[in-house]
Design a binder for this molecule. Structure first.
Ligand SMILES: Nc1nc2c(ncn2[C@@H]2O[C@H](COP(=O)(O)OP(=O)(O)OP(=O)(O)O)[C@@H](O)[C@H]2O)c(=O)[nH]1
Ligand SMILES: [Mg+2]
Ligand SMILES: [Zn+2]
Length: 340
């Protein structure tokens, strides 16, 4: 099977092993973008457009099994009709609970190594939302990095203050101060990028994700928009998730702004986002302490003593509650359907 030409489509050594024992006329590819149930796929000698094979559609247990941007797939056929035959196991997934009152899970991207969580230092900056994104990213087995964009807008002391705040909350996480529009901090990001790894950008609409991609690439790959239309009227500039392969081998996935990112998977993500609470919880009297009213709760004690920020505690409790509700709803649904 021919892999040459796919090297620039991302950590393909990892995937190569999945392509053994497949029919000789199948070939590997990576999903670049999807639109109206059609898929644009990078293959060894270029790009092809394809559909799902009937069997793949039939065998998919739920929408999360269908290909998304970043997926490695096996395809068959010629340029007239390309069919996606199989989706290979995902190394990581960016997942959210779909917006609204439903409790469906949606996979936003697959096989992402690092997610840049982008917030703009205007009205967008919000520490609670940053923790929410962190939880989602960690839960999907993805490494987070934080970008505070639009540093050209606020006063210098405010930029410094935000920087310190995020630094203190996430001492282990890479943090970049950037002005994508004026090229500040771009070189630092370029240094951090690694050819062959897949990076994605997440954050609200209008924070400058596409502008940042263009600044990193040094050319206009992604469409960008006007702040007044994108944020105040809720218009999204980027309309679909798309994987860009830069000439230096870096892979960047651009995402439309997310208005809501509900928590679907979180056990692991909460522990990693709130390591201090996780550590404290080990000293609660009860193993299943909910950190609300129990006696000898080490988490509440830390809040009362002022060694754990009460806002962080509250956000943690919120996210945990949301995750609990999600799992309960899924359980109920499974229970109902299994009795039918
Ligand atoms: N002042 C300032 N404006 C910026 C900066 N980065 C981006 N912008 C502006 O912010 C607006 C939105 O930028 P986009 O890159 O389209 O934002 P996005 O995050 O991709 O938005 P969606 O695609 O809707 O999710 C544009 O008008 C950009 O010019 C920056 O560093 N400083
Ligand atoms: Mg965009
Ligand atoms: Zn407790």
């Amino acid at each position: 099977m021919n892999f040459s030409g796919l090297k620039d489509a991302g950590s393909f050594e990892y995937w190569k092993k999945h392509f053994t024992d497949l029919p000789a006329d199948w070939s590997p590819g990576r999903v670049i973008t999807t639109f109206k149930k059609r898929y644009l796929i990078k293959i060894s000698n270029g790009l092809v457009e394809g559909d799902l094979s009937g069997r793949l559609k039939h065998n998919a247990g739920s929408p999360v099994d269908l290909p998304v941007v970043g997926d490695w797939v096996a395809i068959s056929g010629d340029r007239q009709q390309v069919l996606i035959r199989r989706v290979f196991p995902r190394k990581s997934v960016l997942t959210r609970k779909t917006a609204g009152r439903t409790f469906e899970k949606q996979v936003l991207a697959a096989n992402v190594d690092v997610a840049f969580i982008v917030q703009a230092l205007d009205r967008d900056y919000n520490l609670n939302r940053l923790e929410r994104y962190m939880t989602v990213v960690y839960s999907g087995n993805i490494t987070p990095a934080v970008v505070l964009n639009k540093v050209d807008i606020p006063e210098e002391h405010e930029v410094k203050c935000r920087f310190e705040e995020v630094r203190k909350r996430f001492p282990e996480t890479m943090l970049f101060l950037v002005s994508a529009l004026y090229g500040k901090g771009i070189e630092e990001i370029r240094h951090f990028l690694e050819p062959g790894l897949t990076f994605c950008l997440v954050g609200s609409s209008g924070v400058g994700k596409s502008t940042l991609i263009n600044a990193i690439a040094g050319e206009n790959l992604a469409e960008t928009g006007d702040v007044s239309t994108s944020t105040t009227k809720g218009v999204h500039i980027t309309s679909r998730r798309q994987l860009h392969m830069l000439s230096n081998g870096t892979i960047l996935i651009d995402m439309p702004g997310l208005r809501e990112i509900g928590i679907a998977d979180a056990d692991e993500g909460l522990n990693k986002t709130f390591p201090r609470i996780f550590e404290l919880a080990a000293n609660c009297r009860f193993d299943d302490c909910t950190h609300t009213r129990e006696p000898d709760c080490a988490v509440k004690r830390a809040v009362n003593e002022g060694t754990l920020d009460v806002r962080q505690y509250e956000n943690y409790m919120n996210l945990r509650q949301e995750y609990k509700q999600y799992t309960q709803q899924v359980m109920e649904k499974t229970w109902k359907t299994s009795r039918k």
